[in-house]
Design a protein around this ligand. Structure first.
Ligand SMILES: [Mg+2]
Length: 331
């Protein structure tokens, strides 16, 4: 059953957690946490998101604090390391924090950077970790021609990709790129992320045959149960991933990953190494490329350590009231 809005506001705290490296153009991750019968939960819809989009994240956060949660099918989940769009010279330092890993996801197509910088970063990763599986994420920021250029340049260097996540923005562009890839004789797999979570129909991208893999995050899809339903109705392999949550929100994504019938690829849940702080006593950081499935306990003092400014608290509470109304919460 849904809580009243007043119950959410009663325990709500807003925090801003510093990141080690700029990610998605931000240096701090701002989010709201609240407590329910299941424990603490996190509402981490990015500030620029619309109320409609943020309302799905709120439904997910409420499920994690108050809702029924399916039983998990495994106790450990293998995860990838993640490399933000840093300069070539910073690759070694950033990846050294990830410990041991078998797969690394590298961010590319950062606004203001060139394909040359992306290529240099990727070559550096491959020279430091020749055995690692390499996946890219462009967050939809390449044009078709640029994505194709990078695929060809990597092939020219003898580098094979595990897959290329959201190289271009729209479903139509993804479909066109896939045709282009096979026309030129490549076998690069395409994963869809934004095309799943920002679409009114999460499986439209699959229906359009515009991708080979689906990246699913439970928060934008309204929670663990609804993300599992989407996974069950898809024929494609699923890569459960996080959305730069703290360990409180990451635990929900981990629960989703651990509840999936099959896990063919390493999950995109190795994001805690990008944070310079956390809200729990024992962070969900992978050990040997593996995350133990658990719900970590809140470290109460972290809520003061990372407390956001008063006006940001007001902003989040107003947003909570608007989004709560959208999903039918009573005052
Ligand atoms: Mg992505």
């Amino acid at each position: 059953m849904n809580p009243r809005l007043s119950a959410l506001v009663a325990t709500a705290r807003v925090v801003s957690i510093p990141l080690r490296t700029k990610f998605r153009g931000i240096n701090e991750r701002e989010l709201l946490v609240f407590e329910g019968p299941n424990g603490w939960s996190e509402w981490a819809a990015f500030p620029e998101y619309s109320d409609d989009e943020a309302a799905s994240w709120l439904a997910a956060a409420i499920e994690w604090a108050y809702g029924y949660l399916p039983t998990t099918k495994r106790t450990q989940v293998a995860v990838n390391a993640i490399l933000p769009a840093v300069a070539e010279g910073e690759v070694a330092k950033v990846l050294s924090r990830a410990g041991k890993f078998e797969t690394v996801k590298v961010k590319v197509a950062e606004p203001g950077q060139t394909i040359g910088e992306d290529l240099a970063r990727l070559l550096e990763v491959k020279s430091l970790y020749p055995e690692t599986k390499l996946r890219l994420d462009a967050n939809g920021s390449y044009e078709i021609a640029a994505a194709m250029e990078l695929i060809e340049k990597l092939a020219g260097e003898g580098i094979e990709l595990e897959y290329f996540e959201q190289p271009v923005q729209s479903i139509a562009e993804l479909a066109e790129l896939k045709i282009e890839i096979s026309k030129r004789g490549f076998a690069t797999l395409i994963a869809a992320d934004e095309s799943v979570r920002k679409s009114s129909d999460p499986l439209a991208v699959e229906l359009a045959e515009a991708c080979d893999i689906l990246v699913l995050k439970s928060a934008p899809l309204g929670g663990v149960v609804s993300a599992l339903e989407i996974a069950a109705s898809s024929k494609l392999p699923i890569v459960p991933s996080s959305a730069m949550q703290s360990s409180i929100g990451l635990a929900a994504e981990l629960h989703f990953a651990a509840s999936l019938e099959t896990l063919e690829f390493d999950a995109g849940l190795g994001t805690m190494n990008l944070f310079a702080g956390d809200l729990v006593k024992d962070s969900l950081k992978p050990v040997g490329g593996v995350l133990e499935v658990r719900r970590p306990e809140l470290n109460n003092s972290s809520l003061d350590t990372f407390k956001a400014e008063e006006h940001r608290y007001d902003w989040w509470i107003e947003r909570l009231e608007r989004c709560g109304e959208l999903i039918g919460l009573e005052a």
